[in-house]
Design a protein around this ligand. Sequence first.
Ligand SMILES: Nc1nc2c(ncn2[C@@H]2O[C@H](COP(=O)(O)OP(=O)(O)OP(=O)(O)O)[C@@H](O)[C@H]2O)c(=O)[nH]1
Ligand SMILES: [Mg+2]
Length: 74
Amino acid sequence: MILAFIGTAGSGKTTLTAEFGKYLEENGYSVSYVNLDTGVRKLPYRPNVDVREEITAWELMEEGLGPNGAIVRS
Ligand SMILES: Nc1nc2c(ncn2[C@@H]2O[C@H](COP(=O)(O)OP(=O)(O)OP(=O)(O)O)[C@@H](O)[C@H]2O)c(=O)[nH]1
Ligand SMILES: [Mg+2]
């Protein structure tokens, strides 16, 4: 089963990923976490796959893009 949490900025995607993942693990499921947020500084879960190993919004901002442009580009 693959679950993706999407939503507007600040709507709780990261928090729900961590909390629902913890709930599943506590109930015997094996959970792998994937972070697709290039702009997040700190995560409340340990991602098994993390897009930030490829690209971060911060790198693109250093090249001159603003935060929104960097998120879109990344
Ligand atoms: N009261 C309340 N606050 C919540 C809930 N879920 C998340 N928050 C808070 O809302 C804020 C944003 O939560 P995140 O999980 O970072 O939201 P997000 O959608 O990942 O945010 P971005 O990645 O910045 O778009 C944090 O301060 C959370 O603690 C909830 O169910 N209730
Ligand atoms: Mg988030």
